[in-house]
Design a protein around this ligand. Structure first.
Ligand SMILES: Nc1ncnc2c1ncn2[C@@H]1O[C@H](COP(=O)(O)OP(=O)(O)OP(=O)(O)O)[C@@H](O)[C@H]1O
Ligand SMILES: CC(=O)N[C@H]1[C@@H]2OC[C@@H](O2)[C@@H](O)[C@@H]1O[C@H](C)C(=O)O
Length: 398
């Protein structure tokens, strides 16, 4: 037997695995690296986050990704180059993190790599029926495995698509296994580039768990401050706080048919981008609005797409608690807008549930890898509209 297959077999039989989860989101801020100890599998899964870091990308890296990110026309040489370059860079970042933590690669069982999404194309977004749903994450797993010497699982979204899903949100699987409560109905709201929630009905309820995208989290605010001020984000909402919400523009932003479609559904910056904003400004005759007013309105828009979604699902439920993760939790105006729209609900940071909110998504990919190696698709068959499948391709280092 190939000794690497033998090793994988032994890893699968262990009671506990040390798995590095990786996440690189739409914000392009850096690579999240979560070193997890994961015990058992399925309903008995346990997670302990041993270490976490985000290694920031430099401007050149961001610029390369922006050249192709969410764009219909691109230079294929850049795409091909980035597939290898991101894989190798992520592998090098892991080596750096392990060195800093004084852990040898031989002490890590697996890597679970999300990769970098460069295009998300479910049929609902493209309207194109000649192709199935599709989504593209780059940063090849073979490069990560070879650079680190650690068996790597990557490209998790393809099996979800193959089995009829949209390739996202995958958070439902880990959220369901780890955070379902006997006491309350939970919304795990994640505010990254795109916002999404996992709805976890109280245990014993006849309702099913699922995850869905909601709309723009930070992405439109980020794109707008980048275009207007060359900034990566409206840090602490400093600019938006100086502006005023423009109601007509807000109404125009809220007219996308995506927003009224049933849950679960997915989207991306392919829809929620500056062209979307320009169109809304044009129909609402607000093209000359001051940037701080536009930003205040975008902030309110992002909040409202989230709170409208939560209200829709929770209207007949009691004991509803919302736990927020993702970078948007650090935007005070966004959090104020969310709290004001949901006065009767408890809105807390995800850290209340005992896990660092910034590390959550990376940990969830480690859980997916754990299920693929040691669990079973049947562990997650209770999730609504999400295929019961094991996800991720396996790359051997040598
Ligand atoms: N102090 C802050 N003030 C305002 N916004 C912030 C702050 N800190 C983080 N953010 C926002 O959070 C974003 C990063 O969030 P996060 O890391 O969750 O995104 P991501 O992982 O790229 O997204 P996705 O979930 O779409 O994959 C930043 O780009 C910024 O918009
Ligand atoms: C295609 C893609 O990369 N989607 C991401 C993105 O970022 C947030 C939202 O859009 C979510 O659907 C998904 O990520 C999370 C981790 C998920 O799959 O659950």
């Amino acid at each position: 037997m190939n000794p690497q297959i033998e090793k994988l077999y032994q890893i699968a039989k262990q009671k506990e695995r040390r798995i590095i989860g990786l996440m690189s989101g739409t914000s392009l801020d850096g690579l999240d690296i979560a070193l997890c100890r994961i015990g058992n599998s399925g309903q008995d899964t346990t997670l302990f986050l041993e270490n976490f870091t985000t290694i920031p990308y430099n401007n050149a890296f961001r610029q390369y990704v922006r050249e192709i990110f969410a764009k219909r026309q691109i230079d294929q040489q850049v795409l091909s180059g980035l597939h290898a370059y991101i894989g190798r860079t992520h592998g090098e970042f892991i080596n750096q993190a392990l060195e800093r933590w004084k852990i040898s690669p031989s002490e890590v069982d697996l890597i679970a790599s999300h990769g970098q999404t460069v295009y998300h194309a479910p049929q609902r977004l493209t309207g194109e029926t000649n192709f199935p749903n599709s989504t593209l994450q780059i940063g090849d797993g073979d490069h990560i495995a070879h650079t680190t010497g650690i068996i790597t699982l990557s490209d998790f979204r393809q099996k979800h698509v193959a089995a009829g899903g949209e390739g996202a949100p995958l958070a439902a699987y880990g959220d369901y296994l780890l955070f379902t409560s006997e006491m309350e109905n939970r919304f795990l709201l994640n505010i990254g580039g795109i916002s999404n929630f996992t709805f976890l009905p109280q245990q014993g309820s006849s309702l099913k768990a699922y995850a869905t995208d909601l709309g723009p989290g930070n992405t439109m605010m980020n794109q707008f401050v980048h275009e207007q001020f060359g900034l990566e984000m409206d840090e602490n909402a400093r600019i938006a706080e100086k502006g005023t919400v423009h109601v007509t523009l807000l109404e125009a932003l809220l007219t996308s048919p995506f927003l009224s479609e049933d849950f679960p559904k997915t989207t991306g910056p392919e829809l929620f981008n500056l062209t979307y904003l320009k169109n809304a400004q044009s129909v609402s005759d607000t093209s000359t609005l001051k940037p701080e007013d536009v930003l205040a309105t975008l902030n309110k828009f992002a909040a409202q797409t989230m709170t409208d979604g939560i209200k829709r699902v929770s209207k007949d439920l009691e004991s509803v608690h919302i736990y927020v993760s993702g970078g948007g939790v650090h935007n005070p105006l966004l959090m104020k807008n969310i709290r004001e729209a949901l006065p009767s609900m408890s809105v807390s940071s995800f850290s209340t549930l005992g896990l660092n909110p910034d590390a959550k998504e990376a940990c969830l990919f480690a859980i997916l890898a754990n299920e693929t190696v040691s669990g079973s698709p049947y562990d997650v068959q209770q999730i609504k509209d999400s295929p019961a499948v094991c996800m991720g391709k396996i790359s051997l280092p040598y």
